[in-house]
Write a protein that binds this ligand. Structure first.
Ligand SMILES: O=C(O)CCC(=O)C(=O)O
Ligand SMILES: [Fe+2]
Length: 271
C-alpha cells in the first residue's frame, strides 16, 4: 500500500484521519509555485557551498543545511501552512487539567520548531536506516501520553522512488518498541515539487536511495511539544540579534516563548 495524497483543499480532519491510519500523508501543492521557487533560489547557492556528511546516518552523499529561517524568509510559509499547523495542534496541543490547590487549571502545551534541515540527497547515496524521529527524546511506543512531533518534508524538487523520496513504513506509528522496521515494509514518498509529506514522530521512515542522475532536495521542519528540548539548538542557531530580525510568530515558534504554565520563562528586569 502506498501513501495517500490529499489536495491542499482537504480539511485538517481529513489529514488527521489519514495520519491516524497510516502514520503519514502527502499534501499536493502544499505551498504555491512562487514560494517553492523562492526557497530553491535562496537555498541552492548556500547548499552548493556545503560539504557532504561523513557518517552513515546523515549520509555521505547528502548535503544538510540547518537554521532554515536565517537563510530564507520563505521558510516561514512552511510552518504557517494551515494543514501542517492544524495537524500539529491536533496531536500536540490537547489540554490537560492540573490542580493548583483546589483549583483545576486547564493547560495546553504550545508547539515549537524542533529542527529544520534542508536535505539534498545526491545520486549514489544509499537508503538511510529506518528510524523514528521521536527517538531523540527516547519516546516509547505505542505512544501513551501524546505524540511529541509532527513533521513535514517539503519537496523542493520532485520526489520519486528513484531519486530518494522519503521511505515511510505505513502503520508503523502503532508498533510496539520491540518490533524492528524492515526495508521491504517501507514505501517511497512520490510527490511533485511544492508538495509535502506530513508524518508523526512515531512513524518509521528514512531517506531513500538515490538511483537517479540528479539530486533530491527536501526541507524538513518539525513542530514539537514546546516543553521538550529542541533538537536543533535554536538559541545558538538564532541568537537574540538574529531572532530580532525574524517575524514575531516565527521568533516565538523557534523557542522565544514560554510553554504554559511556566516552561522556558525568563526574568526580564522591570517587566
Ligand atoms: O531525507 C529524508 O527523506 C529523510 C531524512 C530523515 O528522516 C532524517 O535525517 O532524520
Ligand atoms: Fe528522520
Amino acid at each position: 500500500m502506498g501513501l495517500t495524497t490529499l489536495e491542499p483543499t482537504a480539511s485538517v480532519e481529513e489529514v488527521v484521519a489519514v495520519i491516524d491510519r497510516d502514520g503519514g500523508v502527502i499534501i499536493r501543492d502544499f505551498l504555491d509555485a512562487e514560494t517553492t521557487a523562492g526557497l530553491e533560489a535562496d537555498l541552492r547557492p548556500i547548499l552548493e557551498g556545503h560539504g557532504f556528511g561523513d557518517e552513515d546516518f546523515m549520509g555521505k552523499r547528502t548535503r544538510r543545511l540547518g537554521g532554515l529561517f536565517k537563510h530564507t524568509r520563505h521558510g516561514a510559509a512552511i510552518v504557517r501552512q494551515p494543514l501542517f499547523r492544524g495537524a500539529a495542534e491536533h496531536y500536540l496541543c490537547p489540554p490537560i487539567t492540573v490542580w493548583t490547590g483546589e483549583e483545576p487549571l486547564e493547560v495546553a502545551p504550545r508547539i515549537q520548531v524542533g529542527a529544520t534541515q534542508v536535505i539534498d540527497i545526491y545520486p549514489g547515496e544509499g537508503a538511510q536506516m529506518l528510524h523514528r524521529d521521536d527517538m531523540v527524546w527516547l519516546w516509547r511506543h505505542p505512544v501513551g501520553y501524546r505524540q511529541a512531533r509532527v513533521q513535514t518534508m517539503f519537496a523542493v524538487t520532485d520526489f520519486t522512488a528513484e531519486n530518494g523520496g522519503t521511505l515511510v513504513v505505513p502503520g508503523s506509528h502503532k508498533w510496539p518498541d520491540d518490533r524492528a522496521p524492515k526495508r521491504e515494509e517501507a514505501v517511497s514518498t512520490e510527490m511533485t515539487a511544492g508538495s509535502a509529506l506530513i508524518w508523526i514522530g512515531a512513524t518509521y521512515h528514512g531517506g531513500g536511495e538515490n538511483r537517479s542522475d540528479s539530486s533530491r532536495t527536501g526541507i524538513t521542519v518539525t513542530l514539537d511539544l514546546a516543553f521538550l528540548r529542541q533538537e536543533e539548538n535554536a538559541y545558538l542557531t538564532y541568537p537574540p540579534e538574529v531572532a530580532a530580525t525574524l517575524d514575531p510568530d516565527i521568533r516565538r515558534l523557534i523557542g522565544y516563548q514560554a510553554s504554559e504554565p511556566f516552561m522556558g520563562y525568563i526574568e526580564v528586569d522591570g517587566a
